[in-house]
Design a protein around this ligand. Structure first.
Ligand code: TNX
Length: 535
């Protein structure tokens, strides 16, 4: 029996058709009981493990694959990313079965049960797509690129038992596991599948940021936007302007101690992210949201007086002195140093909520900053207010205000969608939520999932994708971050990855509920939203 999800089929129809069709194994005896253990499983149970939903999942022809003694992980490519992926697969196998899978670069022979990782630039998978085939003696993960192969391994990971997420698993004796016979062809809908962490309102350590990157990678997300400066704190060392962190880095919301990343620490984050195919997008918010900088250097203020540090949560009161030349020397240094550290092609210049400048001053400022950013070899990104300025073809507008003027957004050369009433991870879920804000409304999981990025801005020129911002006014530690992010981050990851035609809320919510054991094994403090039936 063969079931397809993808093409023109709507997922719910495809899945319920699959569920109704005759099974090769007898149906479970009681409603809700697990199907009998069998090496051969039908596509619906395979699909229930996968999030985001792949573009196409078909049952394979033969039996499944047994991970048993003697299994080999073969990766011919010497690309370090591919070798890392092979080691990671071997480690997940050890954790899920207690079996040590040898990693080899030798070509696999037909007799040996092998998980093969193959990069072949000729394969028509696209830049981030992959194919994953499970056949009786061979599991093949194939892509044109190491990035695609990385996503293939994340899919394989979700097909393995959830306990492979526990770091310390001990086995008295090996415990073979079965992989279902399946053929997955997958590639992302959008090139930009991002999240944002506000490390300015509350500071988060390098290890905390790494954990957030891990959550993204599990869901095939590929951008981490770090909001590195705001009124309450400056979080990245700038060698030419050391007081930014010496003074401006000390504070955070609530007057608890702040913090900052040295350039070496920031580089460590960039490289950890790159290993997981996540590009760091650094943001220095300007000309507003700059009290931390203004408090560190009196000369950046029009009146030459440094304001006191700010640890509240009001917005819109600060602005750089746009008429002073030193402001642009300052920005050139800041953009230059950060551009040298961030390997990605982007620099986010903020631009939101400026209440202290005229419209003309604001536009002129944005255009001048755009020139500075381009001179350092990066594409400028800004919040949707920058759409009022004359933008270069490479510049990117990040839509956040639900009522931002659509005509201006449609003119944006490139667009990232973070509508506050869908994508904001810092909005409360419901009336019970203690953490979070409410200015864009409450966002239950369904509201974060059930929308189509393609129809949000009519006439949009180029939609790069979706980003989920997590502002940290009310969020002081990783438990808080995880509570607000999960499960909505997973929902938005699927909005960015899976074809619209295969996505339905009912089918998604069942798959989401099935993630609970894996997330629990990972120690994630996720919100058990009452609308989901958690496993
Ligand atoms: C609006 S979103 C802001 C942030 C706040 C956020 C809280 C945006 C560009 N500006 O300064 O932290 O709301 O949800």
């Amino acid at each position: 029996m063969r079931c397809t999800v993808g093409g023109l089929l709507v997922a719910a129809l495809a899945l319920s058709a699959c569920a109704r069709a005759p099974k090769t194994t007898p149906p479970p005896s009681a409603p809700g009981a697990s199907p009998p253990a069998s090496p051969r499983r039908s596509p619906p149970s395979t699909i229930s493990a996968l999030l985001p939903l792949p573009a196409s999942v078909e049952a394979g022809d033969g039996d499944g694959f047994t991970i048993g003694a003697g299994i080999v992980v073969a990766a011919a490519s010497s690309d370090p990313a591919v070798q890392r992926a092979a080691q990671q697969v071997s480690e997940w196998i050890r954790r899920s079965t207690g079996i040590a899978a040898e990693v080899t670069s030798a070509a696999p022979d037909a007799q040996t049960a092998t998980i093969e990782l193959a990069v072949d630039p000729q394969r028509a998978t696209g830049a981030e797509g992959y194919e994953l085939t499970v056949a009786p003696r061979r599991v093949t993960l194939a892509s044109a690129t190491p990035a695609g192969l990385f996503y293939a391994t994340q899919t394989l990971r979700q097909l393995l038992p959830y306990w492979s997420e526990y770091e310390a698993v001990a086995y008295r004796q090996p415990r073979p596991a079965a992989l279902p016979s399946v053929r997955i062809k997958d590639s992302p809908r959008f090139e930009w599948r991002g999240a944002m962490l506000d490390v300015a309102r509350h500071f988060f350590s390098v290890d905390e940021v790494k954990r957030f990157i891990d959550l993204e990678a599990l869901h095939k997300m590929n951008r981490l936007h770090l909001h590195l400066a705001d009124d309450q704190g400056w979080r990245i060392e700038i060698r030419a302007w050391p007081d930014l962190t010496r003074k401006g880095g000390l504070t955070e919301v609530g007057a608890t101690p702040g913090g900052f990343y040295t350039q070496a620490q920031f580089a460590e984050i960039v490289s950890y992210a790159a290993d997981r195919f996540v590009t760091i997008v650094p943001e220095i918010d300007m000309p507003g949201h700059t009290n931390a900088a203004l408090a560190s250097y009196p000369e950046l203020n029009c009146n030459g007086q440094a304001p006191p540090p700010f640890t509240g949560i009001d917005v819109g009161f600060s602005a750089l002195c746009v008429d002073k030349e030193i402001t642009y020397r300052f920005l050139d240094d800041v953009v230059g140093e950060i551009a040298g550290l961030a390997r990605g092609p982007y620099f986010h210049a903020g631009g939101d909520e400026v209440r202290r400048l005229t419209a003309d001053q604001y536009r002129a400022f944005v255009e001048r900053v755009q020139t500075i950013v381009q001179a350092h070899g990066k594409a400028m990104i800004g919040w949707d207010e920058i759409a009022a300025a004359a933008l270069a073809p490479t510049s990117i507008v990040q839509h956040w205000r639900p009522n931002a003027p659509v005509a201006a957004l449609a003119r944006a050369p490139r667009l990232i969608l973070s509508p506050g009433n869908r994508a904001y991870l810092d909005m409360k879920y419901d009336g019970e939520t203690q953490l979070g804000l409410e200015w864009a409304g409450r966002i239950p999981v369904r509201a974060s999932y059930d929308w189509d990025p393609a129809t949000l801005v009519s006439g949009a020129r180029a939609i790069l994708g979706v980003e989920a911002p997590l502002w940290s006014e009310t969020v002081a530690n990783m438990r808080d971050v995880e509570f607000l992010a999960m499960p909505r981050l997973a929902a938005l990851a699927e909005v960015g990855w899976s074809p619209q035609a295969v996505r339905t809320w009912d089918e998604f919510s069942a798959r989401l509920g099935a993630q609970a054991p894996r997330w629990t094994a990972l120690g994630i403090n996720f919100y058990r939203a009452p609308e989901i039936r958690w496993k």
